[in-house]
Design a protein around this ligand. Structure first.
Ligand SMILES: [Zn+2]
Ligand SMILES: [Zn+2]
Length: 192
């Protein structure tokens, strides 16, 4: 049997060497990947080293343990989520609420349909809806007449606010003038 023992052993040695090198490279890659993955998920340097150590010592089972225990989200994902939450919160805050009944109202509403509280006024010049507290239209820079709104709300006070006329009418009161001669008649006659 002319089997070359030395050539066979050399081939086996090559295969074993190749396999060993591959496994070593795989092990190193796994440890490096774990370290990088943990670094993307946590700023804690100790946690990064510990995760890499677990994979380095336990290899594939260690990687399995790491995949189970690692933080579910990367730092970038956490940041993104916090941004989204912040944006959502801001949106909720910006949602308008009726000051009269605290119900949600639309941005374009002039009046609350539930309690009839006036929410906005149209600009006297351009007609765009502006806040009640604003004294000038931000769209066309026209000054808004604030007292007009107050007068509309309390129209019953308008007739009484004419003191000049009422005072003038009181002087020549027909009831008082007619009562004066009556009192004169009832007076006892003056002695002469
Ligand atoms: Zn309301
Ligand atoms: Zn305007």
């Amino acid at each position: 049997m002319p089997i070359d023992i030395s050539a066979l052993s050399e081939a086996v040695l090559w295969v074993v060497t190749f396999l060993g090198a591959f496994l070593a490279a795989l092990w190193f890659s796994l440890v490096l990947w774990t370290f990088r993955d943990m670094r993307a998920r946590s700023r804690d340097a100790l946690a990064q080293v510990m995760a890499a150590l677990v994979v380095a010592v336990l290899t594939l089972p260690g990687l399995l343990i790491y995949l189970i225990l690692r933080p579910p989200k990367t730092l970038a994902e956490q940041y993104e989520q916090s941004l989204e939450e912040e944006a959502l919160l801001q949106e909720i805050e910006e949602r308008r609420i009726c000051p009269g009944c605290t119900r949600q109202v639309e941005e374009a509403w002039q009046i609350c349909p539930n309690c009839l509280t006036r929410l906005k006024n149209p600009c006297i010049e351009c007609g765009k809806l502006i806040d009640l507290a604003w004294t000038v239209c931000p769209y066309c820079a026209t000054a808004q007449p604030q007292p007009v709104e107050a007068a509309h709300e309390t129209p019953e006070f308008m007739p009484t606010e004419t003191p000049g006329d009422s005072d003038a009418e009181r002087e020549p009161d027909p009831v008082q003038t007619s009562a004066e001669p009556a009192t004169d008649d009832e007076e006892p006659p003056k002695p002469e």
